[in-house]
Design a protein around this ligand. Structure first.
Ligand SMILES: Cc1cc2nc3c(=O)[nH]c(=O)nc-3n(C[C@H](O)[C@H](O)[C@H](O)COP(=O)(O)OP(=O)(O)OC[C@H]3O[C@@H](n4cnc5c(N)ncnc54)[C@H](O)[C@@H]3O)c2cc1C
Length: 498
């Protein structure tokens, strides 16, 4: 007797990429099941609560919540399933604390940002404007076309007919990285280092390896749709997507760890959970990283994936401090997001670039009255944290956390005294709770690659199996994985004939 396939699509993982794919499919009438190993949705955009504080586990500088154009993908993803979030605009994307005591704030207002940067590098006035204006050009191309699956020829033809200029423009930037474009306009080595840092804080690689398409998006949307923080915390995005999924007949099951993708005659037909339970579907979508999908859920690594691994490697993970502090610890004019770097040469070294987010400056309800939350994190490798006895692990956590607090004291003198709560996460924490190999932030190029040309789309070499999320085009970040979710759902819906 033939088994009835109950689901059109199973999505492994409820990160933002997986949930956007699931909701888009459900909205088109597909029967969708999401299987999430953790207790709540969101993955790297999830949250946890301790002692009256609500902490974001990762992301808190959120793009894609604008109201105009086509690149506001988080707004659009929620709207597709009739959801909306109140968001709080952030007047400054990031406040840089640079080597030599220099400071720059990236204001929401483009001209204000250029003026502040030009004040530090007056001899590069023209170069600064020309470089960032070229990023705007990429953004305007992106923001004028519907963003769906580049693996769908009829869609490609349709957008080309509608807007040939934007399509040709984007195609011309696809193979480019930021480095050569910045060097066309800028000579000052320190300013070029600053452009490296501008890329590194979201791509975790310098300008030479950061695709121009992504930079066009990030360097412009911060002044267009702006950076906006969801009221109630970043976890609200996933919660609302789940509400929307359920409204359109989709299902989500938590504490459901997929251990195997089931193949029949080489085709993905279902999944098996750690409990032994199996589910079958016409299409399987993995929101786990590519390293977890191929290697863990599927033991054999196909040649296409081996090629991908030769091009991309896992980025470092993070040491994360989640702090609850008395409000008196923060000067009145403090910005929400900071990046600290003491030595340009050390930008990509472990424990050097320090990221700081204080979301309670935008939404005070995430902490008890009179207190703030601070998330301070810095890249580091899992290998530093493995093979330690429980005692040594705790000791190392304490030592590294003290170093971070000491650096934070340079911004917030007396912070240590005003500390009310501290939780320290390591790459082991990221690996365990986010289900990501080595706790990695995501894939980074092993060498200089031709922009985004080599980043894979959603189909894989296994028929019936798709990937979604940050190890697919166009990469890391919530708005980027939302793009991947839209594209994946579009491709799967087309394949299902929906
Ligand atoms: C510290 C930190 C700070 C960041 N800051 C920002 C920021 O400010 N702005 C921004 O835009 N981005 C930021 N990011 C990046 C952003 O959070 C990620 O790129 C994005 O959330 C990744 O989404 P995803 O859907 O690809 O996957 P994930 O978020 O990794 O979700 C995958 C989901 O799949 C589940 N899963 C995995 N394997 C299985 C399995 N076998 N069975 C069942 N479920 C499984 C996981 O539990 C998880 O819920 C940050 C990330 C980190 C770690």
């Amino acid at each position: 007797m033939k088994l009835v396939q109950q689901w059109d699509a199973i999505v492994i993982g409820a990160g933002i990429g997986g949930l956007v794919a699931a909701t888009q499919l459900a909205r088109r009438g597909a029967k969708v099941l999401v299987l999430e190993k953790y207790l709540i949705p969101g993955g790297s955009a999830g949250y946890f609560e301790r002692n009256g504080y609500r902490f974001d586990v990762g992301a808190s500088m959120i793009f894609g919540f604008g109201s105009q154009g086509t690149t506001n993908l988080l707004t659009r993803a929620l709207a597709t399933v009739d959801q909306k979030l109140e968001t709080i605009p952030d007047p400054v994307q990031v406040h840089y604390h640079l080597p030599g005591g220099k400071q720059v704030r990236v204001h929401r207002d483009y001209e204000q940002f250029l003026t502040e940067l030009t004040h530090l590098f007056p001899h590069e006035k023209l170069g600064i404007r020309r470089f960032y204006d070229e990023c705007w050009r990429v953004f305007h191309y992106l923001n004028s076309i519907e963003l769906l699956s580049l693996e769908e020829p009829r869609y490609l033809l349709r957008v080309f007919v509608q807007n040939p200029g934007a399509c040709l423009g984007l195609a011309s930037y696809l193979p480019w990285n930021v480095g050569p474009i910045a060097r066309k306009y800028i000579r000052d080595p320190e300013l070029l280092k600053f452009i490296d840092l501008e890329c590194y804080i979201w791509s975790v690689v310098p300008a030479e390896q950061t695709p121009m398409i992504n930079a066009g998006m990030v360097f412009s949307d911060r002044h267009y749709g702006g950076i906006r923080y969801p009221k109630g915390g970043v976890g609200q995005i996933a919660q609302k997507l789940v509400e929307g999924l359920q409204k359109y007949g989709g299902e989500i099951r938590y504490k459901s760890r997929v251990t195997r993708i089931l193949l029949e005659r080489g085709r993905a037909v279902g999944v098996e959970l750690a409990t032994g339970q199996t589910y079958r579907a016409k299409r399987i979508i993995s929101n786990a990283t590519r390293w977890d999908t191929f290697g863990l859920l599927l033991p054999n690594i196909p040649p296409a994936e081996q090629r991908w691994r030769r091009r991309y490697q896992p980025s470092p993970s993070f040491l994360s401090l989640h702090l609850g502090v008395k409000a008196t610890a923060l000067p009145a004019t403090t910005d929400c997001h900071h990046v600290l770097l003491d030595d340009w040469r050390a930008m990509t070294d472990p424990y050097q670039t320090l990221f700081v987010s204080i979301p309670t400056l935008l939404d005070p309800d995430l902490a008890p009255p009179g207190y703030h939350i601070i998330h301070a994190f810095t890249p580091c490798w899992l290998s530093d944290w493995e093979h330690l006895s429980p005692k040594d692990y705790e000791r190392q956590k304490e030592a590294k956390a003290s170093q971070v607090i000491e650096r934070l004291e340079s911004l917030f003198p007396g912070l240590d005294h005003d500390l009310d709560y501290m939780e320290v996460g390591t790459p082991r924490t990221h690996r365990r709770f986010l289900g990501r190999m080595d706790g990695t932030y995501g894939p980074i190029p092993r060498r200089v690659l031709p922009g985004l040309l080599t980043m894979p789309f959603n189909r894989t070499s296994i028929p019936g199996l798709y990937c979604v999320g940050d190890s697919t085009f166009p990469g890391q970040g919530l708005n980027a994985v939302a793009f991947s979710g839209f594209a994946c759902a579009h491709r799967v819906a087309t394949d299902l004939g929906l």
